[in-house]
Design a protein around this ligand. Structure first.
Ligand SMILES: Nc1ncnc2c1ncn2[C@@H]1O[C@H](COP(=O)(O)OP(=O)(O)O)[C@@H](O)[C@H]1O
Ligand SMILES: [Mg+2]
Length: 258
């Protein structure tokens, strides 16, 4: 089943007498339920723009986005807010946790806002906290734990309400390589075991090598797509090959990491 259908997405910034930028140009993308999709491309190629359209954070100039068959590009007001809160999960580069809430309160926030029964909240919390290895830091505050831990908390918050789709923009961007590896193993595991559908934007080929399909975009259009076989190492190499073929822009970390 297709969980996400993006059709003919075009995004033009600016307008009137200002200079305009065509950040996305008639881009279409399908994502199957349970897939782990990576989106790569040079700096400025339109990755964040695409993710923001999929996330309902921004609206396309033209084109539509369907999530579970719901045309999110048509939703407004409370319907949009509810859809976003119930059916989508977000992980950002800078974690976006609330410093005034402890880790537990941060994670359960989407369920509390939805007035879910407290017993069920506790069950779900225990489940995700155990799965992400953060059960010992639940009473701490975000500023008391490491970046890697904060990002795992953000992942817990993104999946606790069992969303249709988790959207992540450069989730390893602020992490050291050890924490980045741990986060990607976590993404791989929640995808494989819990069947969480993930769309992740990254410029890091190592992070992308954990995905099952990686799409490459250039100048706002799809440039290529490759699928992972049995070997993550080989996938990593293939990703590097496509990136060097693409050229046109810098890719920060071409280190031979795995
Ligand atoms: N809010 C904005 N206003 C004007 N131009 C923007 C805005 N956001 C992004 N752009 C431009 O759109 C293009 C794509 O940007 P972006 O989606 O952020 O790329 P990426 O995430 O791949 O680096 C770039 O040329 C960028 O300068
Ligand atoms: Mg970006």
């Amino acid at each position: 089943m297709l969980i996400l259908q993006a059709r003919g997405l075009t995004k033009v910034y600016g307008g009137n007498h200002k200079v305009t930028t065509r950040a996305l140009d008639n881009l279409s993308l399908d994502v199957e339920e349970g897939c782990f999709v990576g989106i790569m491309g040079p700096s400025g190629s339109g990755k964040t723009t695409l993710l923001n359209l999929l996330a309902t954070i921004d609206r396309p100039t033209a084109g539509t986005v369907l999530v579970e068959g719901v045309e999110t590009t048509k939703l407004i007001g409370r319907d949009l807010a509810l859809f976003r809160r119930r059916r989508l999960g977000f992980v950002f580069q800078d974690y976006n946790l609330l410093d005034s809430l402890n880790i537990r309160e941060n994670i359960i926030l989407p369920l509390v806002l939805d007035r879910i029964d407290p017993e069920q909240i506790d069950r779900r919390l225990e489940e995700v906290a155990t799965s992400l290895g953060i059960e010992d830091i639940l009473t701490k505050y975000p500023y008391e734990v490491s970046g890697g831990q904060q990002q795992r908390v953000a992942v817990a918050r993104a999946i606790i309400h069992r969303p249709a789709l988790v959207l992540a923009d450069e989730p390893t961007g602020n992490l050291d390589s050890r924490s980045a590896q741990r986060l990607m193993e976590t993404f791989g595991r929640i995808n494989a075991e819990a069947g969480v559908t993930i769309v992740m934007v990254t410029h890091d080929p190592f992070a992308a090598s954990y995905c099952r399909i990686t799409y490459f975009i250039k100048d706002g259009r799809l440039y290529n797509e490759i699928r992972r076989g049995d070997s993550r190492q080989r996938f990593f190499q293939q990703i590097l090959d496509v990136l060097s073929q693409m050229g046109g822009g810098h890719h920060d970390t071409l280190a031979d990491r795995p």
